[in-house]
Design a protein around this ligand. Structure first.
Ligand code: SF4
Length: 231
């Protein structure tokens, strides 16, 4: 009884996922998947246990913040802080901290042992997100702190602000937004379906049906007879 009710609670939270703005986590992601998200294309449901794992990630963040708020050498300037409002993207950084000399944006990521043990450098997609935080907060240094969910071991990487990379990420999101507004489905990732994003993509089935290159959304929607189900 409880399992079904708890699963339903999580599965219901997935409904009505229409997106109108980009999130920091969209940085560097596949433009076609973002397009489908904005158009609210029916997607493969994420299973309830995976959704619970996302919630578990929030607890890990609290676990990390607890000592940081007590350590004398570190000052937590702000926690759970939204990036300044602007037209294209929204996001909330885990914290801005200071060691008395330098400000850092802190981004905490949790993962299982298998991924954690292989990690010898920060993941590119995490650097992308952190770059945008650094850009919008006008802070030149960030820390990616990785937590092993299975044994609570930690790894940290200091990342410097890279203006060129941040501006390229913002430009890319602006281009995707133009395509969304003009109803042009962006091309598939060049290494589809081998890219890691494709492996976890909720739109893989629909992406397979579409052509490889850019295509008109309105006629594609017509073709796959989804007009009644998609806004
Ligand atoms: S399957 Fe791959 S290429 Fe297609 S939308 Fe998803 S991430 Fe993009």
């Amino acid at each position: 009884m409880l399992k079904n009710l708890i699963d339903k609670f999580y599965l219901d939270k997935q409904k009505d996922k229409e997106q109108h703005r980009f999130y920091i986590t969209d940085a560097g992601k596949c433009g076609r998947a973002l397009f489908f998200k904005f158009k609210n294309v029916p997607r493969k449901e994420i299973e309830a246990n995976i959704l619970r794992l996302f919630d578990h990630g929030d607890y890990i963040h609290q676990l990390i913040m607890k000592p940081l708020l007590s350590i004398r050498e570190i000052h937590v300037v702000a926690a759970e802080i939204n990036i300044p409002p602007q037209e294209i993207i929204s996001g909330r950084a885990d914290a801005v901290i200071s060691d008395g000399k330098t400000l850092y944006v802190l981004d905490i990521k949790s993962m299982n042992s298998m991924i954690f043990n292989k990690l010898i450098e920060p993941k590119e997609e995490n650097i992308d997100q952190l770059q945008l935080y650094l850009h919008y907060f006008k802070i030149t240094k960030g820390i990616l702190l990785y937590v092993n969910k299975d044994n609570q071991h930690l790894k940290e990487f200091v990342v410097d602000y890279d203006k060129k990379r941040s501006l390229a990420l913002i430009d890319s999101l602006k281009n995707i937004k133009k395509k969304i507004d003009k109803n042009i489905i962006p091309q598939r990732l060049a290494d589809f379906p081998g890219n890691w994003q494709c492996r976890y993509c909720q739109f893989k089935e629909i992406c397979k049906i579409a052509e490889k290159g850019e295509m008109d959304w309105i006629s594609f929607k017509e073709k796959i007879k989804l007009r009644d189900n998609i806004g």
